[in-house]
Ligand binder design. Structure first.
Ligand code: G1P
Length: 281
């Protein structure tokens, strides 16, 4: 069983400056809900109730969001507006939240290794909140948890991207063992144009077995001088087995302005406007 979900959330979100100058990028709202709350809800839907968040300086509002706000709640208590807090209250009640600070930004692999203290010796999920994944029937992480129950090894979510975009992602190649499921043979972090092993890009959903921590401790800085989870996973794939799963659903790259706008439009039409609690207000 996967009981914990790690959220690397220490990055600066420079692409959204000045909005992210004093506000964590994970708190940027898609319509009326911060990105990280979508991630937390996805984890809860996958049966996970322990959220482990790797933060950095200036991320206090993240912690406050997953806590009560007595003054505000007192103010709107008994009014119709109280309904707007129903979802976040349910998420807070359904999960525990623990935090650890990443002191230096040494890459995604380093952020995940920083979370070791919170995770311990068990397989765990990772959500990069920038990648907003929507599947209203079964969340992407839930699909991956089902696969983990079957295979018991690390799994990364992948999506086909245009060839001229592979340089933005970790890219995999491998043998297709059944429809949409690959046993990874190679993976490269942000390959140079023309050297990608395929057009299958890793997106921000992972299930990792705990031996990844031992590998990460020995992983040397790779692309852009950062400790890359992709490099550690390749080592795990070569020694054991790592799967890549072409998930079902839509994914928005909310780390880019275009993806953020697309996600906003999609969620406004397909989630926000269909929520009776709000449209009746
Ligand atoms: C990270 C990973 C990359 C992955 C991407 C998904 O990159 O290093 O392998 O494809 O997330 O969003 P980042 O976007 O943080 O540069």
């Amino acid at each position: 069983m996967i009981k914990k979900c790690l959220f690397p959330a220490a990055g600066y979100g420079t692409r959204f400056l000045p909005a992210t100058k004093s506000m964590p990028k994970e708190m940027m709202p898609i319509v009326n809900k911060p990105l990280i709350e979508y991630g937390v809800d996805e984890a809860i839907e996958a049966g996970i109730h322990s959220m482990c968040i790797v933060t950095g300086r200036g991320k206090h509002s993240l912690m406050d969001h997953f806590d009560k706000n007595y003054e505000l709640e007192h103010q709107i208590s008994g009014t119709t507006k109280e309904a707007l807090l129903t979802d976040i209250r349910a998420s807070i009640d359904a999960a525990s939240f623990t935090y650890i600070r990443q002191k230096e930004m040494l890459g995604l692999g380093h952020a995940i290794l920083t979370g070791k203290e919170l995770i311990g010796d068990q397989a765990f999920a990772v959500i990069l909140a920038d990648d907003l994944c929507i599947n209203q029937e079964q969340s992407v992480l839930n699909q991956m948890v089902d696969l983990y129950k079957e295979f018991g090894c690390s799994i990364v979510a992948v999506e086909e991207v245009p060839e001229n975009e592979t340089h933005k992602y970790g890219v995999i190649s491998g043998e297709e063992i059944r429809d949409g499921l690959f046993r990874i043979e190679n993976m490269i972090e942000k390959p140079e144009p023309g050297s990608a092993p395929s057009n299958m890009a890793i997106i921000g959903r992972y299930i990792l077995t705990p031996d990844i921590f031992d590998i990460l401790e020995k992983t040397l800085p790779g692309k852009n001088g950062e400790i890359q989870i992709t490099d550690a996973l390749l080592e795990q794939a070569q020694a054991n087995c790592v799967l890549a799963y072409k998930f079902k659903g839509r994914r928005f790259d909310c780390g880019s302005v275009e993806g953020f706008i697309d996600a906003t439009n999609y969620c406004y039409e397909n989630i926000y406007m269909k929520d009776k609690k709000r449209t009746n207000l």
